[in-house]
Every structure is written in C-alpha cells, then in structure tokens.
Design a protein around this ligand. Structure first.
Ligand code: ZN
Length: 159
C-alpha cells in the first residue's frame, strides 16, 4: 500500500538540524503514527512521503519555510508581568498561550522591568531540518480516525 491522503503511516525517524545536531528520534520508542495529508507532520516531510511504502527508507531535507516556519521577530513581544498572575516567571519559562496565530507554547526570553518578553516562535523556527525516515507500516484509517483528524492506538492518540 502506497502512502496517500487519509492513510495511517507509521515511521521511525531521526531529526537533525543543518549542523548535524540530533534534535529528536523515535529510536527506542514506538514508531510515530500520523494521518497523511492532514498536516499532522511538517509539510516538507509529508510531501516527500507521498507515494512511498512500508520498508522504504529516505533522507529528506526540509527548509525552514516548509518545516516550522521562518523565525518571525514580530512574535517576540512584551507582556505585562501581572498577566502571569501567581505563576513564577523566569527567563526560559514556557507557557501555553492563546496568540494571534492560535494556541502556542511561548518562551520567556527576557524580563524588562514590569514587562515579560515572550517569544511565540516554534523552538525549531528558522531551522532547516534533516529527517532520516524508515516507513514501518501503511494502513487505511478508520472512520473515527478520519473524523478526529489523527491516529488512534499505538504511536497515536490514546483516548
Ligand atoms: Zn481521536
């Protein structure tokens, strides 16, 4: 079975940045399961996997724009300290926040007087990525999975 929209795909992967630094890997874990064509994984990787099948191994280089986006200076903004309520805030703290571009994990990059400077860029924004992928399994998605837009069971959502 070839990878196409609405197929469930299980992959083992190793992710490195341009300088060869290891960022993430499924090695030693269950393979990652995702629903193809639904934007569950970065666009550049998803495109490269289309038409491939179980057993295929590939190396995919994805430019920042097709991965987690270019680094956007406008996503770095001061927020009044009082908006964090009783939460301890220090440089490096991370919070879930509703931003202009949807829910994001934001990172505190500086504290300036009564303001906390937060960065809503993805931690990998601006990074060109290198994936080494082995396709473990390709199967049809259940109706429920298509309904939810994600995979259930091993490597996917447990609910
Ligand atoms: Zn679900």
């Amino acid at each position: 079975m070839k990878i196409a929209d609405k197929k469930v795909v299980l992959i083992h992967y190793t992710l490195k940045n341009k300088s060869g630094e290891l960022l993430d890997s499924s090695e030693g874990h269950e393979p990652l399961a995702y629903l193809h064509g639904m934007g569950n994984i970065v666009e550049g990787l998803e495109n490269a996997l289309t038409g491939k099948q179980a057993g295929d191994k590939l190396e995919v280089n994805v430019e920042a724009a097709e991965a987690y986006g270019e680094y956007d200076e406008s996503l770095v903004q001061p927020v009044p300290r009082k908006e964090f309520g009783d939460h301890p805030v220090e440089v490096g703290s991370q919070f879930h926040a509703d931003t202009a571009i949807g829910p994001r994990i934001v990172t505190v990059t500086a504290i300036e007087g009564d303001d906390v400077v937060i960065d809503a860029n993805h931690a990998l924004a601006g990074e060109d990525l290198n994936f080494n992928v082995e396709i473990v399994e390709v199967r049809d998605a259940s109706e429920e999975e298509l309904d939810h837009g994600h995979v259930h069971g091993p490597g996917g959502h447990e609910h």
